[in-house]
Design a protein around this ligand. Structure first.
Ligand code: GLP
Length: 246
């Protein structure tokens, strides 16, 4: 694991954007794993800027999003489909046919999960996966559990996650209770992973992810077993970390 503690959210976002831009520059037909949430928002803006300023070309890029709520349509402003189109995809030249996000409206959710993993495999796997982290150390929507869920699956969201995500909805009652999430193994199969976190409310989760016991009680801790992870945090989110690279 490599740990980069940046001085600000802006610097965290720029560091992450440069890694993604470098990946696409070197391999124009990269497959990216993408995340939603407030953490990567500025990273997406930086990538849009790089696309506009130096013509970073997304035309051969494929993307797979980590997760989606079950039961809300892509047109719903709280859906992750809507988030991705409106914060990123509509500003770059990625081809719509190369964009994959789990379908939370699928009639057969189990089939959707199975097919999603298959699609990732058929595309040759994920070259670079972007992750945020929940306050409870979840990645994607892999909530603390007694075992690691391996493949893409249906998740019952934790009360803490519903509470945290209620800020985007009119009230907590409207937050979907279920979601589809890439599994831990789906994520771990990515060739390279960057985990982003900012703000002091993520400090404990980052600490657990980087230095804690590897346990499904803190899903992000599994990343300690991956051979190519870069944890990029701002000072606040990195406040509990020993300031060494490991
Ligand atoms: C959400 C998403 C995660 C995200 C996390 C943190 O529930 N499913 O992929 O990383 O929570 O979100 P935020 O960046 O808004 O703090």
């Amino acid at each position: 694991m490599r740990i980069i503690v940046t001085k600000s959210y802006d610097a965290m976002s720029m560091t992450a954007a440069k890694i993604i831009a470098g990946q696409i520059y070197l391999k124009p037909n990269s497959t990216l794993g993408l995340a939603t949430g407030s953490t990567p928002l500025l990273m997406y803006k930086k990538l849009i800027d790089i696309h506009k300023s130096i013509g970073l070309d997304f035309s051969a890029v494929t993307s797979f999003n980590l997760d989606e709520y079950i039961g809300i349509s892509p047109e719903n402003p709280e859906s992750y489909h809507y988030f991705m189109y409106n914060n990123f995809f509509k500003y770059i030249n990625i081809m719509p046919k190369n964009i994959y996000i789990p379908d939370g409206m699928a009639a057969d959710i189990n089939k959707e999960c199975h097919d999603y993993d298959q699609l990732i495999k058929n595309n040759g796997g994920i070259d670079l996966q972007v992750l945020g982290i929940g306050k409870n150390a979840h990645i994607g929507f892999n909530e603390p559990d007694i075992k690691f869920e391996t493949t893409t699956h249906k998740v019952k969201l934790d009360d803490e996650t519903i509470e945290a995500n209620s800020r985007f909805f009119a009230d907590a009652k409207q937050v979907p209770r279920y979601a589809i999430s890439m599994g831990i193994k789906t994520i771990m199969f990515a060739k390279k992973i960057i985990l982003l976190a900012n703000g002091k409310n993520k400090a404990e989760a980052v600490f657990k992810a980087v230095t804690g016991k590897i346990s499904p009680a803190a899903p992000a801790s599994i990343l300690q077993l991956h051979q190519d992870v870069i944890v990029i945090v701002d000072k606040e989110a990195g406040a509990m970390l020993p300031h060494v690279e490991n």
